[in-house]
Design a protein around this ligand. Structure first.
Ligand code: T46
Length: 129
């Protein structure tokens, strides 16, 4: 089930430091990517992953994340704190709204493979059958 994971956090040297290691998150990381240089508020996502699990950390700015599972359960998360990570399992329809200037880091359980995406909502809803 999608959930917020509170990451370890230290405060020192005039700043904060958080990290992800070992069993902080429930999967082994195969890929890290980041979304940045967002020039204006924008909608992204519009897809689900057949098999991948992911963690989102908003390093700067604000992201509103909307998730839906194949049963129709819906979740909404507001991300703006780099010490909090949003975990979500496979087969969740993702939509997100990123504010201007946002930097979003994503950790994934898989390597990039376009065939692992479902980008049509009707195809996604058919997964529950
Ligand atoms: C997700 C959200 C949070 C690559 O070539 N390699 C990669 O590892 C990724 C993630 C994307 N791409 C290419 C595929 C597209 O041509 O980058 C382009 C933009 O990808 P997409 O339209 O899927 O971007 P978002 O922001 O809608 O979704 C991305 C991730 O794809 C997705 O896994 O969960 O960020």
């Amino acid at each position: 089930m999608p959930r917020i994971i509170e990451l370890p956090e230290t405060e020192a040297k005039g700043g904060r430091l958080s990290f992800i290691e070992g069993e902080n998150i429930p999967f082994g990381v195969k890929r890290v990517f980041w979304i940045y240089d967002i020039q204006e508020e924008t909608e992204r996502g519009g897809h689900a992953h057949l098999n991948a699990e992911q963690v989102l950390v908003c390093l700067q700015g604000h992201v509103q994340v909307y998730l839906e599972n194949t049963k129709g359960d819906k979740y909404s998360f507001s991300l703006s704190d780099p010490s909090k990570a949003l975990y979500f399992p496979k087969q969740h329809w993702l939509k997100m709204s990123c504010d201007t200037g946002t930097i979003l880091m994503v950790l994934a359980s898989n390597e990039y493979n376009e065939e692992g995406y479902v980008r049509d909502y009707d195809d996604f809803k058919a997964l529950e059958l």
